[in-house]
Design a protein around this ligand. Structure first.
Ligand code: BES
Ligand code: ZN
Ligand code: ZN
Length: 496
């Protein structure tokens, strides 16, 4: 998809469609929308008066053959209240425009920004919106709709003086959005097409192409390193585990600068193991590798964005299966760190593999950790499918992440980590147990379990179980994998 900056005035733009956005409360007379209204002989005022255009968030109004314009169609997308408008809204508006026009067999359009929005940030948000909006999960469909595609977008409303900023935003947005779609593609793969071995192969191929260094640990190496927690999950499957290690090193690293460790859960299928899950909805557990996919996608983006900070990505990957060799409730395992773990529920496997992943990332030199995992169903109870659950051991580090989430337009919400919750995972027969001994707070006890292995290293845990997968299509995004977390962490790392 080609994305360019367009400096022509609206009246002179020739395209299959011109898109812009309208705010609530009779916005159609103001600024650039007012100009468009004049050009079209008062059309927008009439549509507003008749109640067809209200500016309500993501409302769509299509006008064919608008008089006074060179374009074949004019699409107006609602942008909600003006004082609540930000780049997150703009990203969604752009995604809505693309998905709306694509299904109507339009192949190219101009997207006109409003007064004040001819900026690098806006161009980036629009680019991210259209590229992530264009992603489809039809890879395995044999009757793909071949005529439904958008191949050209011109971002209009920019003057000559703003073109360079626009182009910069487009370039950055493209890198980030394509990395997000790369991660979503991995998450979309079913478990028969994406085993730990295949995930490692795909990650290795990406890393080599991007010029990143990569090390794939196989089952032998994993055993040599005594990653007992990861191996305990993997022992129930005929598929061998892998640990994917990808490293980005800047050209001139500052001595003593922080080294970021990104650790992602990649359970390519989670049956629950011997503590088996109910059949209903189990097919969704192919997305239990979304945390790992996100981290791999981030490395792809960093290779192109070249921030001046070293980043080590560690992705432990396995299946969680029942079987003759599977671990059983009550089994005691020794993690790589030497801590002993009572496995009271084999379905709480994510924290087990992250225990060894986090320890290994520290051993490789990480000074600041972030893990991402589809860790608990309880996070959906707490935050529904709206916010990512954030847990941290160091408030300064956590605040940086929360600020980055805001800037990147991803909803995240911090949950408490009081010491009282830590008490709930004290073991009876080993150092710790892998589920909490109280009824509630399942996401927090899960986070505390991982924190035991981060120790004093500043650490953040993102529980993405409720947000990594859209059960229904949104007007701006396809049903299925969302790639959540990627934009926030890219923002965090590039802002350090
Ligand atoms: N992969 C699941 C968590 C999950 C649930 C992800 C729903 C996506 C959607 C995780 O491994 C799990 O099974 N967690 C258990 C923990 C429990 C046994 C303490 C859960 O949430 O039920
Ligand atoms: Zn599980
Ligand atoms: Zn799981």
């Amino acid at each position: 998809m080609q994305i360019t900056v367009e400096t022509k005035p609206f009246a002179a733009i020739e395209n299959e469609a011109l898109v812009t956005y309208v705010f609530e409360n009779g916005d159609v007379a103001q600024g650039r929308i007012g100009e468009l209204g004049k050009l079209t002989g008062g059309l927008l005022a009439r549509l507003s008066q008749s109640g067809e255009i209200t500016g309500k968030l993501l409302e769509t109004t299509l006008v064919h053959a608008p008089s006074g314009l060179e374009v074949a169609r004019l699409l107006l997308v609602g942008a909600g209240k003006r004082d609540q408008f930000n780049t997150a809204t703009l990203r969604k508006v752009a995604g809505v425009a693309l998905r709306y026009l694509k299904t109507r067999s339009v192949h190219s359009f101009a997207f006109a920004v409003r007064e004040g929005d001819a900026t690098e940030e806006s161009a980036q948000a629009i680019t991210e919106g259209v590229i992530t909006g264009d992603f489809e999960t039809d890879k395995y469909k044999t009757d793909k709709k071949k005529d439904k595609f958008i191949d050209g977008i011109a971002i209009a409303g920019f003057g000559n003086a703003e073109t360079a900023a626009g182009e910069k935003g487009i370039a950055r947005g493209r890198i980030i959005a394509e990395a997000q779609n790369f991660a979503r593609d991995l998450v979309n793969e079913p478990s028969n097409k994406l085993t730990p071995t295949i995930l490692a192969e795909k990650a290795e191929a990406m890393a080599k192409e991007a010029g990143l260094s990569v090390d794939i640990l196989d089952e032998k190496k994993i055993a040599e390193l005594k990653m007992g927690a990861l191996l305990s999950v993997a022992q129930g499957s005929v598929e061998p585990p892998r640990v994917i290690v990808i490293t980005y090193t800047p050209a001139n690293p500052k001595p003593g600068a922080p080294v970021i460790g990104l650790v992602g859960k990649a359970v390519t299928f989670d049956t629950g193991g011997i503590s088996i899950k109910p059949a209903d909805g189990m097919e969704k557990m192919k997305y239990d590798m979304a945390g790992g996919a996100t981290m791999i996608g981030i490395m792809r983006a960093l290779a192109a964005l070249k921030p001046n900070v070293k980043v080590i990505c560690v992705v432990p990957s396995t299946e969680n299966m029942p079987g003759g060799k599977a671990q059983k409730p009550g089994d005691i395992q020794t993690a790589m760190s030497g801590k002993t773990i009572e496995v009271l529920n084999t379905d709480a496997e994510g924290r087990l593999i992250l225990a060894d992943g986090v320890h290994y990332a520290k051993q490789l030199g990480a000074t600041h950790l972030v893990d991402a995992a589809t860790l608990t169903g309880a996070i959906v109870v707490a935050l529904a499918n709206v916010n990512v659950g954030v847990f941290g051991s160091d408030q300064a580090w956590t605040d940086k992440l929360l600020a980055s989430a805001k800037a990147a337009g991803e909803k995240m919400w911090q949950l408490p980590m009081d010491d009282e919750y830590r008490e709930l995972i004290k073991g009876s027969f080993a150092d710790i147990q892998n589920i909490g001994s109280a009824k509630g707070g399942g996401s927090i006890t899960g986070a505390w379990f991982i924190r035991e292995f981060a120790g004093d290293t500043p650490w953040i845990h993102l529980d993405i179980a409720g947000t990594a997968w859209n059960d229904d299509a949104k007007p701006w995004l396809a049903k299925g994998p969302t790639g959540v977390g990627l934009r926030t962490l890219v923002q965090l790392i590039t802002s350090l």
